[in-house]
Design a binder for this molecule. Structure first.
Ligand code: FE
Ligand code: FE
Length: 163
């Protein structure tokens, strides 16, 4: 893909996010299964539903652009998920594993927050007002998920992992 314009870069970034989201859809059930704390399981479960809906909204954006969402592998997300999944194979105490799972999930959310912030700004600059609103909405969901994970870690998981 040739990147001559901001529009080209916008599509390229969206493809990256689309691929990242699809990788997350595959990874979240494994994380949910590995989580020991029930609220953490639920957080993964809820975010899976939300992530599926994010994929659909990205498809809608591609539709309106007349572009295909496929054709890119998000290597950043691949690396984050690969690293996050290392904890699944470790012989870890359940509460310590939960703390590790939260740490990995927050890295994923921060990567997404960064990507959606950029994509939203490009959409605004290019005059795609509706897409910018949708991207802002997804960005807000990622931020809320990050905050929920912080709250879970601070309220119980880290305390139990310390004992
Ligand atoms: Fe997402
Ligand atoms: Fe997310």
């Amino acid at each position: 893909m040739k990147l001559n314009t901001l529009h080209d870069l916008y599509v390229d970034q969206l493809k990256d996010l689309y691929n990242a989201e699809n990788q997350i859809v595959k990874a979240l059930p494994k994380m949910e299964k590995a989580a020991h704390s029930q609220p953490l399981q639920k957080a993964y479960h809820d975010h899976l539903e939300q992530t599926r809906h994010q994929v659909q909204r990205l498809e809608q954006i591609f539709n309106e652009l007349g572009e295909s969402p496929t054709g890119k592998r998000c290597k950043g997300m691949e690396g984050l998920l690969e690293e996050g999944e290392e904890i699944l194979t470790e012989d870890a105490d359940p509460d310590v594993r939960d703390a590790g799972l939260i740490a990995a999930a927050q890295k994923v959310e921060h990567y997404e927050i960064s990507g959606y912030g950029t994509a939203r700004t490009f959409a605004e600059r290019l005059g795609f007002t509706k897409a910018a609103q949708v991207l802002q909405q997804i960005l807000d969901e990622e931020k809320q998920t990050d905050e929920k994970l912080t709250a879970l870690a601070e309220s119980s998981v880290n305390t139990r992992a310390k004992q």
